[in-house]
Design a protein around this ligand. Structure first.
Ligand SMILES: [Zn+2]
Length: 265
């Protein structure tokens, strides 16, 4: 753990660096990738390596005691995951190949803050909370078969629910899986993306806090069973909880605005 101490010793309080990971750098094909994140918290230096196979992937804390031996205690800790390399504006070409088929305009993409990660050829979409504050991002692969398909970046230890910008929230909310679906549906009815298919307890608590009474759960067409399980486990936390089933091979973003209006009265 001395390596973590050395790497993070100059950090100020709540400051984060992303750097090369001493635990896994040698075993990786891409040695140029910075995968280790260290943040100074009250408890000490909180660290996490983003690489799945690394022994630092579970995260941990190195506490510092005035130059004496550093004690290492393994525990689950939240470590911000931030994409630090510079991103470039979304080009017309990337938009037309990745987003235009869903009938979402390039202007809309700019409004939502979409960027492009040249190094990995990924579409970077910021994740906003219900107030419009950026709490993270999602990097979607542009090539078929890329692993992983999407990478989540979480800046804050808050429920990872994405609310597209430019909508006014009321008591009804549609929940979809992905960001593009959420943007599209939000033109018809207020909508948030789960960034997956889990409606976690903290997400439920947040939705209750902001006054959501009616939920329309509109997962991808292949996830109907999952939707039924979610309603069974979490439906009773809301006044109304409807499942909006769609065709097996479709995502909400594949559905036309007109059809969405009919599905979501
Ligand atoms: Zn590592």
């Amino acid at each position: 753990m001395n390596q973590i101490y050395t790497l993070g010793k100059d950090l100020g309080y709540e400051e984060t660096i992303t750097t090369y990971c001493p635990a896994c750098q040698d075993t990786r094909s891409n040695k140029q990738e910075k995968t280790l994140s260290i943040t100074r918290k009250v408890e000490g230096l909180v660290y996490l390596c983003f690489r799945q196979k690394c022994k630092f992937n579970k995260g941990g804390i190195v506490s510092e005691k005035l130059g004496t031996t550093q004690k290492y205690k393994s525990q689950k800790a939240f470590v911000p995951k931030v994409l630090t390399r510079p991103l470039v504006p979304l080009s017309f070409y990337s938009w037309s190949s990745m987003i235009e088929p869903y009938d979402i305009s390039l202007e809309e993409c700019h409004t939502q803050g979409f960027k492009w990660d040249n190094q990995t050829s990924r579409l970077y979409m910021p994740v906003y909370d219900y107030r419009g504050y950026e709490i993270g991002g999602h990097a979607k692969a542009s090539t078929k078969g890329a692993v992983p398909k999407g990478i989540n970046y979480k800046h804050k230890d808050v429920p990872f629910l994405h609310f597209p910008l430019g909508q006014e929230l009321g008591e009804e909310l549609v929940l979809v899986e992905d960001i593009l679906s959420a943007i599209k549906v939000s033109k018809v009815k207020p909508c948030a993306a789960l960034l997956g298919t889990n409606l976690t307890k903290p997400m439920v608590a947040q939705l209750q806090e902001i006054g959501i009474k009616t939920v329309y759960l509109m997962l991808d067409g292949d996830a109907l069973q999952k939707a039924i399980r979610i309603r069974h486990a979490k439906g009773h936390f809301f006044w109304n909880f409807f499942i909006i089933p769609i065709s097996k091979e479709l995502d909400p973003k594949d559905i036309s605005y007109d059809k969405l209006r009919r599905l979501l009265p």
